[in-house]
Design a protein around this ligand. Structure first.
Ligand SMILES: Cc1ncc(C[n+]2csc(CCOP(=O)(O)OP(=O)(O)O)c2C)c(N)n1
Ligand SMILES: CC(=O)[C@@H](O)[C@H](O)COP(=O)(O)O
Ligand SMILES: [Mg+2]
Length: 640
């Protein structure tokens, strides 16, 4: 590292010449590769934005000028250049830097990010605020990837851009990749735009001829750029999409050509009105294995930076990941029933829809980063008699709340909504924890809401959702590895709304929902060794909740602990409290374990479960507390 070590803020960049800036890019890449090799995170995206990041901080007056990074997973370079280089080894670790942008972390981070496609709206708000405040010299830039450009919110933003006076610059970072290959019409459109040989030849000719006539002056550059766009429209025989939104379009330009990028940005940064610069980059640029396999290297885990080999734990004789149990089970079901279809909004690898895509490409759909559309698209399929398994990460499902209510539940359509990454997800932190789903789905009529205790239950629930129920069905399960090595049971119908008593006991009852119940089982086993007898019930369904089971528990146990890997307010514990109140049980005491009313930071899942009090150790502590209380109450009764 020759220059990076001396860059403590963007002001230090501004002192460098172009050759030195190129060296900064090289250093930055090396630094990201070195750091990520031993502290995993989002890798390939940040390698692709190195030149863009350097160019932006070199030219713009940050943090007064505002950079809004979409998702924020490509902003590692931005973090490193804005005073966080020496803290970067803490990235995504408990108490360390966030893996996304967060204004609480730095004044250079303008907006909390993590979910895709928000940057245009947020940046437009900031640009309009600047206009309203009379801060005509404040520049605002949104940086959005081609994947994020498949999200509906991006178009709501674009549609609004020309409605109010603003000088917003949108930079479309087009690397032809989402996490998996990018999909859909916008992807096709961007490919056409960047590969039209005729256009590129013509553009270069026009540029050369203008240049030879010395016409590339400050005054003329606008004319050239706009002339290029007109030429392009003529050749491709279609109007430029962004120009159609009344946003001036520039590009495509090579996003790794630092001098070129600086030149273009300098030309357009102070132009009045909204504008979009389309840059072409390579995801994983500068690290060959990542350039070749960007999906794997989106977030590759540990790797050897010299050989490019990933350091992957051997999974032989290990339980499967829940996502893989889902993926394999879906294929098994689809093999027997041509009505089964699979839908994912841009997470085929993450949720293992890839198995279905390989086996039945015509019946598996990646619809882009479009959760709301994914749900309504599934509803349309269900209306026509198909059985859609719509798999959405729990936290991304928040995007589709109205679609679940209005398009699915209201019409009682048989859409099977599989919510992967439910509960605390770990290093991605508060934007990604899937902790709200139980609480936000519970009030919706007509939904069946379930959470498996283990892989066998997951398979049974998928089967039951398809063949034992006629309406919408939610199955939520966590990130990570399951409980069983022999996960492949024969899926069978299970009674809807029925829980199970896993273990009898006499001192208190513990009701859990989902795989977190396995931590409860461990805690209960240890309590038993201490002479505390706890009955354990797995609810399996939040809705309909097992009322028979709850009557049994209420009658037999004064003290009831509830446990969920989700927010306490509105979740399973709340459902139990409501049940008791509604049914005149006034003597029972309920102790709810779950996520308190606050956002949970980032860290490993184990650390976060410990901090939030839902790990086995904390559950045991709660059991002991409740036991002490039962003893104290008994003593009080004796004394009376
Ligand atoms: C609402 C939402 N859905 C899905 C995701 C998961 N996700 C994170 S990054 C990403 C791909 C983004 O692609 P792009 O914007 O082109 O950035 P690149 O990784 O190519 O740099 C996806 C699908 C998300 N963060 N937010
Ligand atoms: C940035 C983003 O939203 C995704 O890359 C997410 O981090 C994936 O999470 P998993 O690692 O759980 O698939
Ligand atoms: Mg991309």
């Amino acid at each position: 590292m020759t220059y990076l070590q001396d860059i403590n803020s963007p002001a230090d960049l501004k002192k460098l010449d172009i050759e030195q800036l190129k060296q900064v890019c090289k250093d930055l890449r090396e630094f990201i590769i070195e750091q990520l090799s031993h502290n995993p995170g989002h890798f390939a995206s940040s390698l692709g934005t190195v030149e863009l990041t350097v160019a932006l901080h070199y030219l713009y007056n940050t943090p007064y000028d505002k950079l809004v990074w979409d998702v924020g997973h490509q902003a590692y370079g931005h973090k490193i250049l804005t005073g966080r280089r020496d803290l970067f080894h803490t990235n995504r670790k408990l108490g360390g830097l966030s893996g996304f942008t967060n204004p609480k972390e730095s004044e250079y981070d303008t907006f909390v990010a993590g979910h895709a496609s928000t940057s245009i709206s947020a940046a437009l708000g900031m640009a309009v605020a600047a206009s309203l405040n009379g801060e005509e010299n404040r520049r605002v830039v949104a940086i959005i990837g081609d994947g994020a450009m498949t999200g509906g919110m991006a178009y709501e933003g674009l549609n609004n851009v020309c409605s109010q006076p603003n000088n917003l610059l949108i930079i479309l970072n087009n690397n032809d990749m989402s996490i998996d290959s990018n999909v859909g019409g916008i992807q096709d459109y961007l490919v056409k735009m960047t590969t039209s040989a005729k256009y590129n030849k013509m553009r270069s000719k026009v540029y050369q001829s203008f240049k030879s006539k010395n016409l590339i002056s400050e005054e003329k550059k606008n004319i050239v750029l706009r002339f290029n766009n007109s030429v392009k429209s003529l050749i491709t025989q279609q109007q430029n999409l962004f120009e159609g939104f009344n946003i001036r379009y520039f590009g495509p330009v090579d996003g790794h050509d630092l001098p070129g990028l600086i030149r273009v940005l300098r030309n357009i940064m102070d132009m009045k009105g909204p504008k979009l610069l389309h840059i072409k980059t390579v995801k994983g640029k500068g690290f060959k294995p990542a350039e070749k396999a960007a999906t794997i290297w989106h977030a590759p885990g540990l790797f050897d930076k010299e050989t490019g080999e990933r350091i992957v734990k051997k999974r032989i004789d290990q339980p499967q990941l829940y996502q893989d149990v889902f993926g394999h089970t879906l294929v098994e079901l689809a093999e027997k029933d041509r009505k089964i279809v699979g839908i994912t909004p841009a997470m085929p690898t993450g949720c293992s829809m890839t198995y279905m895509m390989q086996k039945f490409p015509d019946r598996a759909f990646d619809v882009g980063i479009a959760e709301a559309h994914a749900v309504t698209f599934s509803a349309g399929l269900a209306k026509e008699g198909f059985i859609p398994f719509c798999n959405i990460y729990s936290s991304f499902m928040q995007r589709a709340y109205d679609q679940v209510i209005h398009d699915v539940a209201l019409q009682k359509l048989k859409v099977i909504m599989c919510l992967d990454r439910a509960g605390l997800v770990g290093e991605d932190g508060p934007t990604h924890h899937g902790v709200f789903d139980l609480a936000y789905l519970r009030p919706i009529p007509n939904l069946v809401i379930s959470a498996p205790y283990n892989e066998h239950d997951l398979r049974n629930l998928m089967y039951t959702a398809a063949y034992g129920n006629e309406g919408p069905f939610v199955i939520r399960y966590p990130r990570g590895q399951g409980e069983k090595v022999d996960w492949r049971n024969q899926p069978q119908l299970i009674p809807i709304g029925k829980g199970k008593r896993l273990k009898s006991g006499s001192d208190m009852a513990l009701l859990s929902i989902g795989t977190i119940g396995n931590s409860a089982a461990k805690a209960i086993a240890r309590a038993e060794e201490m002479g505390i007898s706890v009955a354990h019930y797995d609810m399996l369904f939040l809705k309909p909740i097992d009322e028979e089971l709850l009557h049994e528990v209420a009658k037999n146990f004064k003290h009831i602990i509830t446990l969920e890997n989700g927010v306490i307010k509105g979740g399973m514990g709340s459902a139990v409290v409501e049940f008791l109140a509604d049914n005149g049980y006034i003597d029972n005491r309920v102790f709810r374990i779950g996520i308190e009313d606050q956002f949970v930071t980032h860290g490993t899942i184990a650390e976060l479960q410990r901090i939030t009090g839902i790990d086995a150790e904390s559950i045991l502590r709660k059991i002991k507390e409740v036991y002490e209380l039962t003893k104290a109450e008994a003593r009080e009764v004796q004394m009376q």
